[in-house]
Design a protein around this ligand. Structure first.
Ligand code: APR
Ligand code: PHB
Length: 388
């Protein structure tokens, strides 16, 4: 088989790239290890920057998001239970869209299904000769080994996929920070406690009130890395949320049975460069952010923006400049989102080594953001997403 772009991984990055290329008349094959049901059942993030919304529209995948998504012009920060609002719309003129990654994945998969994509349950995907001008990918589908020749390979296979691992160790560098805590997330079919998100710094640890719709809520509490899900029955999660979100929010929390509950560790990770020969990494394959700034999915979309531009320029004009500049362009934006996510994580969480002074620093900084328009504007500008 032959295609122009072999895309490994059918998460948001791979699906969005394939759909944009299709609209531009460029052929691709998406290879996804899991089944469609499995991919669409994974609960992930839910906040889209305006540039991500625009990219989905450009891909022709924006209709349901426009109808069902919730535009948010601000969010709240809480410091020991006292909340104040970051007015994103007022400070930047921009807003974000609350729309689950699960829904976005469904929308893109519906479009790709019209041309029999992705290839689901593609096993043992392996990359070959990516440092040459004739790369190819092999995989096993229904017991048969398939060879897929291509011009380019897009590694959109997440943190654990084979793409990044196929780059020789001496051709790249890893930058990493692992945080000493995780987030326990709970999804429930109950109305949200507020019409906007609330990020809370509490002495017992961080908490976040988020949502997927007017009838579905998503909440998180910071937990220690050795905590077990069995130790967190729903009632304990709701009790802890009520404490950490504070007395002004607690009465508005509607409790209900969880329909999903999981613990995820927090990590900052960047692999440089994002290109090796004809292999281009995009999304979680190249970088991870802690979820505090809601940047993971948006960075995947931003990489896809740069990569799509580079590939279409190459096919239209033969110019390699965009391809050669891809890694540097994508990384410039990645590092700024890494910085924001790291900073926001540091500001909002309780670290095992936070002493009394460290705690005072957090409280003082939150108080500064509350009363300084310049401080709040910097938060808002990063949260709505920096320009490409
Ligand atoms: N072969 C084929 N596909 C693979 C392989 C493999 N060996 N390994 C992983 N994959 C697939 C995964 O099953 C997954 O569907 O690659 C996909 C990667 O998708 P994501 O992990 O969702 O990564 P990405 O598309 O970069 O999306 C960005 O933003 O919200 C954050 O981390 C969150 O998933 C989100 C990410
Ligand atoms: C979510 O709704 O899952 C969510 C929202 C905001 C974040 C992280 C996760 O910062």
């Amino acid at each position: 088989m032959r295609t122009q772009v072999a895309i490994i991984g059918g998460g948001p990055a791979g699906l969005l790239l394939s759909q944009l290329l299709h609209v531009a008349g460029i052929d691709s094959v998406v290879l996804e290890r899991q089944s469609r049901d499995y991919v669409e059942a994974r609960i992930r993030a839910g906040v889209l920057e305006q540039v991500t919304v625009d990219l989905l529209e450009q891909a022709g995948a924006g209709a349901r998001m426009r109808r069902d998504g919730l535009p948010h012009g601000g969010f709240a920060l809480a410091s020991d239970g006292e909340t104040f609002r970051i007015d994103m719309q007022g400070l930047t003129g921009k807003s974000v869209m609350v729309y689950g990654q699960t829904e976005l994945t469904k929308d893109l998969n519906d479009l790709l299904a019209q041309r029999d994509q992705p290839v689901f349950e593609a096993r043992d995907v392996a990359l070959h000769d990516v440092a040459t001008d004739s790369p190819y990918v092999t995989y096993i589908k229904d017991g048969q080994t398939v060879r897929l020749d291509c011009d380019f390979v897009a590694g959109c296979d997440g943190y654990h996929g084979p793409s990044r691992k196929s780059i020789p160790a001496d051709a790249g560098q890893v930058f990493e920070r692992v945080y000493p805590f995780g987030w326990l997330g709970i999804l429930a079919d109950v109305p949200p406690c507020d019409h906007e998100l609330i990020y809370s710094n509490h002495e017992r640890g961080f908490a976040l009130a988020s949502m997927r719709s007017a009838t579905r809520s998503r909440y998180y509490v910071q937990v220690a890395l050795d905590e077990k899900l069995e130790d967190w029955p729903d009632e304990r999660v709701w009790d802890e949320l009520a404490i950490r979100l504070g007395p002004s929010v607690a009465p508005h929390i509607t409790r209900g049975p969880s329909i999903e509950k999981s613990i995820a560790p927090l990590r900052s990770f960047v692999f440089e460069p994002m290109r090796h020969g004809r292999l281009f990494l995009a999304g979680d394959a190249a970088h991870i952010v802690p979820p505090t700034g809601a940047k993971g999915l948006n960075l995947a979309a931003s990489d896809v923006h740069y990569l799509f531009d580079a590939i279409t320029t190459f096919y239209r004009s033969g110019s390699q400049a965009g391809l050669e500049g891809y890694s540097a362009s994508a990384l410039a934006r990645v590092w700024k989102a890494e910085r924001f996510s790291w900073w926001f994580t540091s500001l909002m969480h309780r670290f095992p080594d936070t002493d009394a002074f460290g705690r005072k620093m957090q409280i003082a900084e939150l108080d500064y953001l509350r009363h300084s328009k310049a401080g709040a504007a910097a938060v808002a500008e990063n949260y709505v997403g920096l320009p490409f």
